[in-house]
Design a protein around this ligand. Structure first.
Ligand code: SF4
Length: 302
């Protein structure tokens, strides 16, 4: 049982997917579900930062387009817009937050999601004057420090120590947040983003396998596979450039996500037959074989 990481192939796939995504799109897509702003929101505003920060924090085990649609509707509704205000989250009873997050299907797991959302909002309110920028400044705008502080910062609540940033501190969501702050909000000050691993979810993992950048025989847990995927893209982008700047692993998040979401996720699990093969920009790298990812369990024979 062994997987290999093919760095040479990874370099070629990285160059191809990045250029195709920015020039013509992948499977007809040139954007991401988080790209559309709620009506009336100004790109780069503090409202935009809070919208991105809180919404991405519950981006786990669900369809991203549905999540971002629900979040937009929640912001556009005057009765639920307060959910994006850290001070209001602090002052509103938890039970009301649970109910209001369900109005436009923002929460999928009502109590759990409301708890994540409220805890993060209240942490920003109490420690950072309600503004995530103050937290980033305190981390000296250094990406590895930001990821470390997301994991380590805690506060006391009724004699219990709890994390300031549940889920936002996770291995996928932390890097995803930083990428969105750069690509969606337009924050340019964050340094050392090249040290941030690609935020691996099921789509990024599946596209990495389908293009043969990670291949071989493997049966095990998704989290084990994710380690290979992170390493593959971390190594593959070394020495590549985009717009006269070094390419970083985060640059491949959107192309890989779209390749799988609108392509590889439709391939037949056992044979690898893909109904969109003839139109796929990555067809010359597509490998046949079994790629099955279900309920956290992975079975790869490629
Ligand atoms: S042909 Fe299908 S499975 Fe292969 S890389 Fe393209 S979208 Fe993915």
């Amino acid at each position: 049982m062994e997987l290999i990481i093919d760095i040479e192939r990874g370099r070629k796939v990285a160059e191809l997917l990045y250029s195709r995504f920015t020039e013509v799109g992948i499977h007809g897509q040139k954007g991401m579900p988080e790209d559309t702003l709620p009506a009336g929101m100004v790109k780069g505003s503090i409202e935009h930062i809070k919208f991105i920060t809180l919404t991405v924090s519950i981006d786990y085990q669900r369809e991203a387009p549905a999540l971002w649609n629900a979040s937009r509707r929640t912001f556009e509704d005057p009765d639920t817009r307060y959910l994006f205000d850290p001070r209001a989250l602090h002052e509103t009873p938890f039970t009301k937050i649970v109910i209001d997050m369900q109005k436009h299907k923002l929460s999928k797991k009502p109590k759990k999601d409301a708890n994540i959302w409220r805890t993060i909002g209240v942490s920003f309110y109490k420690k950072w004057n309600g503004n995530p920028i103050n937290f980033l400044e305190d981390c000296n705008w250094d990406a590895p420090t930001i990821l470390k502080r997301l994991k380590e910062d805690i506060h006391q609540n009724n004699d219990r120590w709890i994390a300031d940033f549940p889920y936002l501190r996770g291995d996928k969501i932390g890097p995803l947040w930083l990428r969105m702050l750069r690509d969606n909000v337009g924050i340019t000050q964050i340094r050392n983003l090249g040290k941030v691993p690609i935020p691996v979810d099921i789509h990024v993992a599946r596209a990495t396998l389908a293009t043969g950048v990670v291949r071989g025989l493997f049966r095990g847990r998704l989290t084990e596979l994710y380690k290979y995927v992170r390493k593959a893209w971390f190594e593959s982008v070394k020495g590549l450039t985009v717009k006269n700047k070094p390419m970083i692993a985060l640059d491949l998040d959107e192309p890989l996500w779209n390749l799988s979401k609108y392509g590889c996720s439709r391939r037949e699990k056992t044979t690898g037959f893909c109904p969109v093969y003839s139109k796929c920009v990555a067809q010359k790298f597509c490998i046949k074989g079994k790629i099955s990812i279900e309920n956290n369990k992975v079975d790869v024979q490629t």
